[in-house]
Write a protein that binds this ligand. Sequence first.
Ligand code: FAD
Length: 242
Amino acid sequence: MGHDVTIIERESRLLARVTAKRISAFYHKLHKSNGIKIFTQTNVVAFQGKDAVSTVLCEDKVIPADIVVVGIGAQTYTELAQEAGLLVEHGGIVINELCQTTDMNIYAAGDCTIGIEHHSGLATRIESVPNALEQAKTAAATICGKYKPVTAVPWFWSDQFDCKIQIAGLNQGYDETVLRQKDDKALSLWYLKQGKIIAADCINCAKEFMAAKKIIANKLDVPKALLSNTDIDLFKALAQLS
Ligand SMILES: Cc1cc2nc3c(=O)[nH]c(=O)nc-3n(C[C@H](O)[C@H](O)[C@H](O)COP(=O)(O)OP(=O)(O)OC[C@H]3O[C@@H](n4cnc5c(N)ncnc54)[C@H](O)[C@@H]3O)c2cc1C
């Protein structure tokens, strides 16, 4: 759009909270090659300007700016839930797999909730549209007397330039990664924990993303050699494994 863009990131790499170094490096290169300046390990101290922002003051530099987009996370408001006597932990309203709060007649769904994620067993607060939709369906089903626990594999996406990343599963606690690289702009990184696939970051690899969801949902054992071999169609190979 003809603007000079600068990313200021406090962490040592982009997307440090959610991906491995390999994927961070990919996005760093992608943004750089599209003319974006990136400063990592840089803390913003203040915005300066008279009637509008004109500079972003960092600890060790001053960056001119006329528009600032702040993306530093979100905090949930849980006061209403607390006032209703519901259990709130780590900024989320505690729910069970049926989206019931600690008061069985009060339901919660979406970003404001924290619960045990079905596949990882982790207590997490998931911020994504698919999660909000799944939980809403479960809450509605439970209210209607149907048993429909949330079992969908969590997933996330983001479109940046000509690259679509789709993430399946939660990679927390991974101890190994396997790369499956089709070409410069199409790759997937698989996260394993004690030999089991727990998550995958798929860039321009829709088929791999679908395969990842299936593998995680069904806890399939997939040989690492198969994962990294791009000559083999993963989805077809899965049919033989399951
Ligand atoms: C910049 C940005 C980009 C994002 N990109 C993606 C993405 O690419 N993919 C993805 O999956 N997710 C993305 N998300 C996250 C996604 O938007 C949220 O996970 C999703 O909207 C959560 O849905 P929700 O219904 O839980 O909450 P919300 O969408 O936040 O809806 C909650 C609603 O409740 C209202 N509300 C709050 N308190 C009260 C009250 N007391 N009374 C009445 N109404 C109230 C709020 O005003 C709000 O409208 C993004 C979020 C942001 C901020």
